[in-house]
Design a protein around this ligand. Structure first.
Ligand SMILES: [Ca+2]
Length: 247
């Protein structure tokens, strides 16, 4: 009996030590990445198609963005993942092309739709965590595979494939009354490729003006429909400083 208690105690202490080291490691990774993280938008003097497979995107550098399971709010995210992002602006528009592996094409039905999002928040705002803004207004572009299917496969032209949202902390997101982000996703060879596009100029009160000289931070999120992910059950990146490059 006494021996059993000792074994249980040793097991608990060992697990506690492993947990603390893992946690410390994660905090270290987050802190270090947070300090140096940047995301680049390249100047590309061309009109931007909505086609995720356009050859034009090959001119842009691909940036790997690591995602962590959302861990601040129940239900938590499930996985660490990588997505690959290209981005460009011209004199009137900005475009982001997201690409990531997904072994299942989920466009609704019995499971949730696959989805991805981009968040913008003004730099040096009160600390913004977990994608939805935190004491500071955020703009969110939320692409959904079911809407994508309805628009491009079922011909429902009036559907916005990307929801443009405003948020000021988790659970506060509301859809803007004017929707200005266009999007299109293609699923091929076990990968989603998604284009998000918007005019740099703001067309709505709470919509941010984007472009060089305006300091912003950016983050990305992804939901795997097959794992019934939606809302806070997602994988998210840390915030990165948005750099508008002009060579
Ligand atoms: Ca999926």
């Amino acid at each position: 009996m006494k021996r059993d208690i000792v074994i249980i105690l040793i097991t608990i202490i060992t697990l506690a030590i492993i947990y603390l080291f893992t946690l410390r490691g994660l905090i270290y990774i987050h802190t270090n990445e947070f300090k140096k993280a940047k995301f680049f938008v390249e100047y590309l003097p061309s009109s931007f198609p909505l086609d995720p497979e356009s050859q034009l995107w090959n001119k842009l550098k691909i940036q790997k963005v690591h995602l962590f399971p959302q861990s601040a709010r129940i239900p938590y995210g499930t996985d660490e993942r990588d997505i690959f992002v290209r981005a460009a602006y011209n004199d009137s528009e900005v475009v982001f092309i997201l690409e990531y592996e997904d072994s299942t094409k989920n466009v609704g039905g019995f499971v949730n739709p696959d989805a991805a999002a981009i968040l913008f928040v003004k730099k040096n705002s009160p600390e913004t965590k977990q994608m939805m803004g935190y004491g500071a207004k955020a703009n969110i572009w939320h692409w959904l595979a079911d809407r994508n299917f309805q628009k491009y496969k079922q011909g429902k032209k009036y559907i916005n494939v990307v929801r443009e949202l405003i948020a000021q902390g988790p659970g506060t997101q509301i859809e803007m009354t004017v929707q200005n982000v266009k999007g299109k996703g293609i699923y091929k060879n076990g990968k989603w490729k998604i284009v998000f596009k918007r005019e740099l100029k703001s067309k709505y009160e709470d919509e941010f003006e984007l472009g060089p000289g305006i300091p912003f931070e950016i983050a990305f999120a992804q939901w795997e429909g097959q794992k019934m992910e939606s809302f806070s059950k997602k994988s998210i990146s840390i915030l990165r400083t948005l750099i508008w490059e002009r060579k």
